[in-house]
Design a binder for this molecule. Sequence first.
Ligand code: UD1
Length: 339
Amino acid sequence: MAILLAGGAGYIGTHTAVEFCNAGYDVVVADNLYNSKAEAVRRVEKITGKMIPFYRIDVCDKEALRRLFAEQNIDTVVHFAGMKAVGESVAKPLMYYRNNLDATLTLLEVMKEYGCKRFVFSSSATVYGEPESIPLYENMRRGECSNPYGWTKWMIEQILMDTCVADPDFSAVLLRYFNPIGAHESGLIGEDPQGVPNNIFPFITQVAVGRRPLLTVFGDDYETPDGTCIRDYIHVVDLAKGHVAAVPYATGHTGSTVINLGTGKGTSVFEIIQAFERVNGVKIPFEIGPRRAGDLPEFYANADRAAELLGWKAERTMDDMCRDGFRWQTMNPMGYPED
Ligand code: UD1
């Protein structure tokens, strides 16, 4: 039996593939390489010493997905296949709804045809919207998302919950990620955004290697101790291990279960810059800019449910995240080579 990683060539997918292989699972990767490179899958093979069946297909393509299911013995799907750029989703909402929803629906339809009933979903803490209080607990009401990307996560969660109601044998674990950063300690795989990074950490690593002159801090006048926004940054390897822990849980339980994957600890923008400079011995020049629309001052998880249900806890520190992220960027200053 094997685990299908849909979108498994991407940043989180590759790190998750490594951890599944290390835990003794067989994995199959499907990815259309829209936002990733085949080289990333070869790097996973290098790290793990395992051969990974790779299907360059779009999971919206039902016939191609059926062929994959006919050839491989898939008993669990871990679904990362989606577009994720917040700003782009505001400009191209139809593309985001079409792609992200279609990918999920097609996966679920083909799973049904093949009797596959376990699903782990790459959701986001963005579904909480603007919360009434911090930290975020899974039993809080989901909120209003500020962009189409967030709504696709929200809607896919709903689709999965409804699927579990309709099929009492179906099991779905909805993992709500906080802010994944860092890279595998080998430096062989990491985050490789196209164009100007939207997120803070790849921006910092690109400044650190001289690809960009300086970071703009989006606002230093928030009501936080140092005036900059606070987020729950989680090492991508810890996040990956959360998926591995979700599979035995999904095997033992039916229905839908929502689980935060965060550390439970908040770090401000200034703190992350300081940690990065100290750990790596580099300077990150920055300027203070205006606030970014939609940013919340403070956002971090309560991570107790993951510990209770999955026996999982984030173990890596902010220093580990900074060190490992910088190693990846130093070894691959321009990201992965073209395939
Ligand atoms: C962002 C998305 C969120 C998505 C997540 C995926 C927005 C508003 N939110 O979360 O929906 O699920 O990415 O990874 O885009 N910052 C700077 N300078 C920069 C970039 C960011 O100061 O160049 C600050 C931001 O103001 C924020 C913090 O760094 O306070 C983290 O930003 P980012 O990495 O973009 O993550 P989120 O906004 O938390």
